[in-house]
Design a protein around this ligand. Structure first.
Ligand SMILES: *Cc1c(COP(=O)(O)O)cnc(C)c1O
Length: 453
């Protein structure tokens, strides 16, 4: 999916029940025409918990996890693993839920490690990524028995070898490789190309060099290879092509160094539907194609089928999230533009500002009402780039005090939230079976100055 120009992006038609449902099955319209999420009345939840408010549908998270785990147990070697990419949305309750669903975790910092461990995660099922782990990070993770380090470059091997030697243990690692693939997604989320800041490239010979270096370390155990080619991937055969490239690399490494890898981690990246125009991905179907590609690539090279790992983030959490705001100023600039301002903004959802991402915005009381006013939904931050979504169509009489919901905000919203303008971050309320429990409480003004000495 390319980065669609917001100016030419067609406006989203008023969403009827079926259009909403197509976006995600947990959105529906109640008997009074009101928006319901995970079966609950969005306005009632907002009245109880205030706005802005992040809602997370726990059952949807679980369903999304099971979509992967069920396909994995059917398609890949026993011991293959689905890892939740914590960076999509990381808080204690979320990590508990994915652990209960049997996933491992992909983490990128001591903060994410801490959250996962405090959620009761088995450290052996944690994979520590990051392109720039410090010596302190390495020591922190080893101290806590983190199962695997996903190593980005040669310097990190030195750090791990030194720390593991000090502790007299053998640390398991995967090496992050850049297979040299263009996923046709937005540049900033395209990570598999040779000139990426992540990993070691096959093309330049650095991938093989770091493999040889790793195999020579007495306190490092090489378990296999990792790659992550991008995010919001919809293109038909990206993962199949990646498998073919990676298995080709595995076979070359075996020929050159006599090393056979037992793990192949393909990273994350499947796209989700933010608007009705985004294609729907049938993940079990896609995984069948990946399994077929893996089998074929291995058979062609007489290579034993490795354990397969994947690291979905967005496709686990995105459609389990909904953000609720209250509308404030509605500004009409005749002949120019209309603005509908909400009581949050890029501080709780920076994705439009960062990537030009698309979202579906609905009024909670009348999600199916005809949208006649073309407006930009903007936040309260002092920044003209503080746009949640441009060119939204809302009912012509949209007014202050109404609730506005933004769909599919369960990934890369809370985890990317900031206190810009000293705006407290919203709470996260988990919805499960008709209940609504606060999983992250609302930040207070006192929280904002808590670190000021
Ligand atoms: C971001 C990332 C993921 C998750 O990507 P999604 O698009 O959210 O599925 C997985 N693995 C790595 C290494 C990542 O950087």
């Amino acid at each position: 999916m390319t980065n669609r120009n917001p100016l030419t992006h067609p406006r989203i038609p008023a969403a009827g029940e079926s259009a909403l449902n197509a976006l995600c099955g947990n959105l529906s319209i109640g008997t009074n025409g009101e928006l319901r999420f995970a079966g609950q009345d969005v306005a009632e939840l907002a009245a109880r918990h205030g706005t802005p408010l992040y809602l997370m549908d726990e059952d949807r998270v679980r369903d999304n996890c099971r979509t992967y785990t069920e396909a994995f147990s059917r398609l890949f070697r026993p011991g293959s693993m689905v890892l939740y990419a914590s960076k999509a949305n990381c808080f204690r309750r979320m990590m508990q839920v994915v652990a209960e669903e049997g996933l491992g975790a992909d983490v990128v910092s001591p903060g994410e490690i801490w959250t996962a461990l405090r959620a009761g995660f088995d450290p052996a099922r944690i994979f520590f990524h990051s392109n720039n782990k410090t010596a302190a990070d390495v020591a922190f993770a080893m101290e806590r028995g983190i199962g695997y380090f996903v190593v980005d470059h040669a310097y990190e091997i030195e750090l791990i070898e030194a720390e593991a030697a000090r502790r007299d243990l053998r640390q398991k690692v995967l090496l992050r490789i850049t297979p040299g693939i263009d996923t046709h997604t937005y540049e900033a989320v395209n990570t598999g190309k040779v000139d990426s800041k992540f990993g070691s490239a096959i093309e330049t010979g650095q991938a093989e060099a770091i493999t040889a270096l790793t195999l020579a370390q007495p306190h490092v155990e090489l378990c296999g290879f990792h790659c992550h080619v991008g995010s919001m991937v919809f293109a038909e055969d990206v993962f199949e092509r990646t498998v073919e490239l990676m298995v080709g690399f595995l076979a070359d490494v075996r020929a050159a160094l006599g090393y056979t890898a037992d793990m192949l981690d393909l990273g994350g990246g499947y796209g989700v539907r933010y608007t009705a125009e985004d294609p729907a991905i049938d993940i079990p179907r896609k995984l069948e194609d990946v399994a077929a590609a893996l089998r074929l690539s291995c058979a062609l090279r007489d290579y034993p089928e490795p354990l397969l790992l994947m690291e979905p983030g967005r496709s686990i959490s995105a459609d389990a999230g909904l953000t609720v705001y209250q509308v404030g100023a509605v500004k009409r600039i005749p002949g120019y533009k209309n603005y509908v301002s909400v009581d949050g903004g890029m501080s709780d959802n920076p994705r439009y500002a960062l990537y030009g991402s698309h979202y579906t915005c609905l009024l909670a009381a009348r999600p199916a009402a005809e949208g006649e006013l073309i407006c930009d939904v903007v936040g309260r931050c002092c920044e003209s780039g503080d746009v949640i979504q441009p060119n939204v169509s809302l009912p012509a009489d949209v007014r202050e005090g109404e609730l506005l919901a933004v769909c599919t905000t369960g990934a890369y919203n809370y985890s990317m939230a900031s206190n810009y303008n000293r705006i407290p971050r919203p709470p996260i309320v988990m919805l499960h079976n008709g209940t609504d429990d606060v999983a992250v409480r609302r930040e207070t003004l006192e929280d904002l100055i808590a670190l000021d000495v």
